[in-house]
Design a protein around this ligand. Sequence first.
Ligand SMILES: Nc1ncnc2c1ncn2[C@@H]1O[C@H](COP(=O)(O)OP(=O)(O)OP(=O)(O)O)[C@@H](O)[C@H]1O
Length: 249
Amino acid sequence: MDKNEDIKVRVDHLTKYFGSLHVLDDVSFNIKKGEFLCVVGPTGCGKTTFLNLLTRIYMPTQGELYIDGEPADPKKHSISVVFQEPSSMPWLTVEKNLRFGLEIKKLPKDEIDRRVEKIMDLMGLQEFRNSYPHQLSVSTAQRIIIGRAFAMQPDLLLMDEPYGQMDIKMRYYLEDEVIRLWKEMGTTVVFITHNIEEATYLAERVLILTNKPAKIKEEVHIDMPHPRDVTAPDFIEIRNHITDQIKWW
Ligand SMILES: Nc1ncnc2c1ncn2[C@@H]1O[C@H](COP(=O)(O)OP(=O)(O)OP(=O)(O)O)[C@@H](O)[C@H]1O
C-alpha cells in the first residue's frame, strides 16, 4: 500500500457517461509521485477522456480524481498536456516558444533563463534557438513542445500519443529524450499510446484498459533500467505478455 505522501494522483471509483454512452466504469488506481505511467487500451475505450477528466474539460459522472489529495482543479494544479499534433507557436522562435508559458506564469527572469537553458541543453535545442518551428523537422518541432511542457515543471505531465505520427527512428530518439527529461526533472508522467513496444520501453507501470465501458484489465510493473534493450529476453517477455492481454480486447 502506498503512503499518502507518495501519491500524486488518486483515481477513485471514476465513472464517465456521455449521455447513454458508458465510457469509464468504476475505475480506481493511484499514480505515484514521479512515476512514469503508460496507459494502453483499444481505440475509443476512454483514454483521452481520462486525460480530459484530469484537466476538467469534462466532469466525472461518478467518482473523483485527486491530485496531491485535493480534487483535480486546473486553477490549483499545473497540468501540461502534449498532443500528437505539433502545437508550437509558429510566430515565435524556439527560445521564445520555451519562454512563453513561463512568462505567462510571471516567473522571475533569472528563473526563466535557468529553466530555458536547461531544457535547451537537455533537448539538444541550442543550435535551433533562433529558428522558427516551420524551419525545423517534425521531430525537432515536437521536441520544442515536449521541452516546453517539462519547463513548466507541472504537477502532472499528460502525453496523448505524442509520437503517433512519427517514423520508428524518430520515435526511438524522442523516447530516449523524454526519459532523460523525466529523470532529470522528476515529473509525474501519464503517457497514452497504442504502441505496446513503446509502452514497454518507457513505462515503470503499464495500465491495460478493457474495451468500453473501460475497466483496468491488468497493471504490469516493469522494473528494468533505462535505456532498455528491446532485444533483451526480459523485454520481449513483458512486451509479449502485454500483447497477449490485448488479444482479448
Ligand atoms: N464529448 C464527447 N461527447 C460524446 N462522446 C464522446 C465525447 N468524447 C469522447 N466521446 C466518446 O467516448 C469514447 C471514448 O473516447 P476517447 O477519445 O476517450 O477514446 P480513446 O481511448 O482516447 O480513443 P483512441 O484510442 O482512438 O484515441 C468514444 O466512443 C468517443 O466517441
